[in-house]
Design a protein around this ligand. Structure first.
Ligand code: NAD
Length: 228
């Protein structure tokens, strides 16, 4: 059996990393469009670097929570593929083996000239003046609003093979990632774990579990264990 998980910022909320839909479009006090767009990078790269340096520091200081560990434990039940919109590395640090990042990974730096030139980072700080091997400024390895999502094709293929889809901690407001839920085959069992209801969670093929990620995923885990 193949379980596909689509995770969003809500799964890391209990690790102390803030979502932004819960804060009127603000992410840690910043308007996301002023720090997470190519235009922002053109206009004020120092501010963008500073924002992501702070996010990277917070990620390095955070720990995976019960929800991340439950997804790792699900690998004992089935073939689990996690597709995450998160740029943190908490799924990996909990031990999940198959993690696809749709929006990049904050613990890596990327050439601003070539998107496939990636560099692992040691610490939290990426400075202006740090260059790739081609001589261009390094930027955070994240997908900004308005940029292409290179991992979408692979994510769609994985989702189309799901026997069970688990959607957790995402407002499903950010496209194209949100469109993935429509890639499942008809009849696929879907669980949606989120304290807030959405148009999607009200659909008849979706079991909405209106809980925080840890408690909600425990319920999904228990339900799947009786099925498998
Ligand atoms: P979002 O902020 O739009 O939505 C968060 C969702 O999580 C909401 O539906 C909310 O009800 C739910 N939620 C809040 N607390 C929860 C909890 N304890 N348990 C379960 N659900 C909870 O986030 P999104 O849908 O992921 O999309 C926004 C974008 O923000 C993504 O592209 C992502 O890259 C970026 N982001 C990432 C991080 C991270 O990497 N940790 C943090 C903030 C934002």
């Amino acid at each position: 059996m193949k379980i596909v998980v689509l995770s969003g910022a809500g799964i890391s909320a209990e690790s102390g990393l803030k979502t932004f839909r819960d804060h009127d479009g603000l992410w840690e006090g910043y308007n996301v469009y002023e720090v997470a767009t190519p235009e922002a990078w053109q206009a004020n790269p120092e501010k963008v670097q500073e924002f992501y340096n702070m996010r990277r520091k917070a990620v390095l200081e955070a720990e995976p929570n019960r929800a991340h560990y439950l997804l790792k434990d699900m690998e004992q039940l089935a073939d689990v593929h996690i597709i995450t919109q998160n740029i943190d590395n908490l799924h990996e640090r909990a031990g999940s083996r198959k993690v696809l990042h749709l929006h990049g990974e904050i613990t890596k730096a990327r050439s601003s000239a070539r998107h496939d030139l990636l560099y692992a980072m040691d610490g939290w700080e990426l400075k202006m003046g740090q260059l790739c091997e081609l001589g261009s400024q390094l930027r955070p390895h994240v997908v900004w609003f308005g940029e292409a999502v290179p991992a979408m094709d692979e994510a769609e293929e994985i989702t189309a093979e799901a026997d069970v889809l688990v959607v957790v901690g995402t407002s499903l407001q950010v496209y194209p990632a949100a469109g993935l839920v429509h890639c499942v085959r008809p009849g696929t069992q879907v669980y949606c774990v989120d304290p807030a209801a959405s148009e999607y969670s009200k659909q008849s093929n979706v079991i909405h579990i209106p809980e925080k990620a840890g408690t909600g995923l425990q319920k999904v885990y228990d339900a799947l264990r009786t099925l498998i």
